[in-house]
Design a protein around this ligand. Structure first.
Ligand code: ASP
Length: 330
């Protein structure tokens, strides 16, 4: 090889130009599993997986699968922590947060969106039809209405009755929700879903009505790229549920994916992120719940939480199961 040619190849590699040689290198580094896999937070994830699975089975994209899956929870009035029927903020307004991310670092999100049944689809439109990533409040609503979404009253009579009851004390302590998280009827919260399709592409979606009775305007981790959700097709995908402020503090989902990039298994990556939250504030962590789930490009998956009680649902060609995540405290 003459010097000129060698230098050209070196320059191309340094610039990250994808030639046949660099493509071959990438192939050897990353084990691609072409068998689709879905993983979703909480027991409720099982139903969402059932909606998303046929899309993957027919060879559809992971992006379409995660959007369709979480839409089920958004429209379900019995899912009291997501979308329609979600518990309101302390002024009685249901405000929704959602984000979506594909295999090519494209992402979109809506924050504090009101009166729209499917924030995840608005987030996808932000990703696909605007030069931006986040739209908030009034602007997000305006964008949704301009794109054909219709206004809906999201406060169901059940959620309104709970809110009126709550007003009697107006006591806001998100940590106390832990009792519900540990087996009560609200034993599912934010829905986060990760999917691997048969082309080896990962995507994720995360949607919530946030912490019940939060301050007006409060935004948790769920719509924040890198906190509630992160996808790096070469390293893995992760999503979170639990007290959003603690997840944001450590950029939770990005941290989990970063640990996977360093070679940790999905479960160990989630465990390390949980340990970081506990280390930052050991006393407070005793009353907090945060759970992470993660999916590797190989199809390996896992989850881990601070407290027992966090569950996640997995669906693949050979498996349909709800797992109890291992936890820091027993
Ligand atoms: N992570 C959500 C938030 O902080 C709530 C949850 O998952 O329970 O808004």
């Amino acid at each position: 090889m003459n010097i000129k040619r060698r230098e050209l190849i070196k320059a191309a590699l340094l610039a990250g130009v994808a030639g046949p040689m660099s493509a071959a290198l990438a192939q050897t580094k990353r084990t691609i599993n072409k068998n689709p896999v879905l993983i979703s937070t909480w027991n409720y994830g099982r139903k969402a997986n059932a909606v998303a699975w046929p899309i993957l089975e027919k060879g559809g994209s992971s992006l379409d699968a995660v959007e369709a899956g979480v839409k089920l929870a958004e429209a379900d009035p019995n899912a009291r922590t997501v979308g329609y029927g979600g518990l309101p903020d302390r002024e009685g307004k249901v405000t929704l947060d959602a984000c979506i991310m594909d295999s090519r670092f494209n992402c979109g999100a809506v924050l504090c969106l009101e009166q729209i049944m499917h924030p995840i689809s608005v987030a996808r439109m932000v990703m696909e039809r605007t030069p931006h990533i986040y739209l908030t409040g009034e602007g997000a609503l305006q964008f949704a209405l301009a794109n054909g979404f219709k206004k809906t009253n999201l406060l169901t009579p059940e959620s309104e009755a709970d809110y009126i009851e709550w007003l009697k004390t107006s006591n806001y302590k998100p940590e106390k929700n832990i009792e519900n998280r540990l087996g009560g009827e609200l034993n599912h919260d934010t829905i986060g879903m990760l999917a691997l399709d048969n082309t080896g592409n990962l995507s994720g979606a995360c949607t919530t009505s946030g912490m019940a009775y939060k301050m007006r305007g409060r935004v948790g981790d769920s719509p924040i790229i890198g906190s509630g959700l992160y996808v790096d097709n070469g390293a893995g995908a992760a999503t979170a549920s639990g007290v959003g402020e603690e997840i944001i503090r450590i950029a939770g989902a990005h941290l989990v994916v970063g640990y996977m990039e360093q070679g940790l298994s999905p479960e160990n990556a989630c465990r390390k992120a949980v340990e970081k939250i506990v280390k930052i504030n050991p006393d407070k962590s005793r009353d907090l719940q945060v759970g992470f789930i993660a999916l590797a490009p190989s199809g390996a998956y896992g989850g881990y939480s601070i407290q027992p009680g966090f569950t996640y649902a997995v669906k693949s060609g050979t498996k349909e199961e709800v797992f109890k995540a291992k936890s820091f405290y027993r």
